[in-house]
Design a binder for this molecule. Structure first.
Ligand SMILES: [Zn+2]
Length: 166
C-alpha cells in the first residue's frame, strides 16, 4: 500500500467521553472499517465510495473530560501516532464556507471536528445539524469570538453560557 502524507484521526466527542488507546496497524485498519460502516449510516459518502486514494478516517478518539474547570486546560496532548493528524475547523457554521468543507470531507471520506460559534449556530442551526448528521463532531468556540483576554472573568463566563445555549 502506498504511503499517505497524513492519517486523519476523528475526535468523536470534543465535549467529553472516553479516550481509546493506541492500536497496532492491523487493528487501526479494522477500526477504519468500523468507522466507514458507521459513516455509511450517517454520511453521504458510503464505504464503497472510499478507496485507497481517499484520505479516509484512520480511527476515532473519544476524549475524556474529568470535571471540566473554568480557566484550566481540559485535555492533555492527544494520543496520536506518527503521521496521524486531527482535522478541525473553527468559527462556523458559515453558509459561505461550511458546505464547501463538508463536500471536501465527504469526497475524501474523512471526518472532522467543527468548533462552532454561538452566533453562527443561532444564524444557521440547520447547517450545524447537517454537519453532525454527516458524522462530524461539534464543539463550541465561544459565542462571538471575542479576544478573551480583554474580557473580565464574568464576561468570559457569559460568553461561554451564550455559546452553550445556542
Ligand atoms: Zn476562531
Amino acid at each position: 500500500m502506498a504511503s499517505r502524507p497524513a492519517r486523519p484521526v476523528h475526535i468523536a466527542d470534543p465535549a467529553g467521553g472516553r479516550t481509546d488507546r493506541a492500536y497496532p496497524y492491523w487493528r487501526q485498519q479494522r477500526m477504519r472499517c468500523i468507522a466507514l460502516i458507521l459513516a455509511a449510516c450517517a454520511a453521504s459518502a458510503s464505504a464503497a465510495e472510499c478507496g485507497p486514494d481517499k484520505l479516509g478516517t484512520e480511527r476515532t478518539i473519544v476524549l475524556q473530560r474529568e470535571g471540566a474547570q473554568y480557566g484550566a486546560q481540559q485535555h492533555t496532548a492527544l494520543p496520536l501516532e506518527k503521521g496521524e493528524v486531527v482535522l478541525t475547523f473553527d468559527d462556523g457554521p458559515s453558509a459561505d464556507n461550511t458546505p464547501l468543507v463538508l463536500k471536501a470531507l465527504s469526497d475524501q471520506c474523512a471526518r472532522a471536528t467543527f468548533f462552532m460559534l454561538g452566533q453562527g449556530l443561532r444564524k444557521d442551526p440547520d447547517l450545524a445539524r447537517e454537519t453532525v448528521r454527516e458524522g462530524h463532531s461539534a464543539g463550541i468556540h465561544s459565542d462571538t469570538h471575542p479576544h478573551m483576554a480583554t474580557l473580565t472573568p464574568a464576561q468570559q463566563l457569559d460568553d461561554l453560557a451564550l455559546s452553550r445555549a445556542a
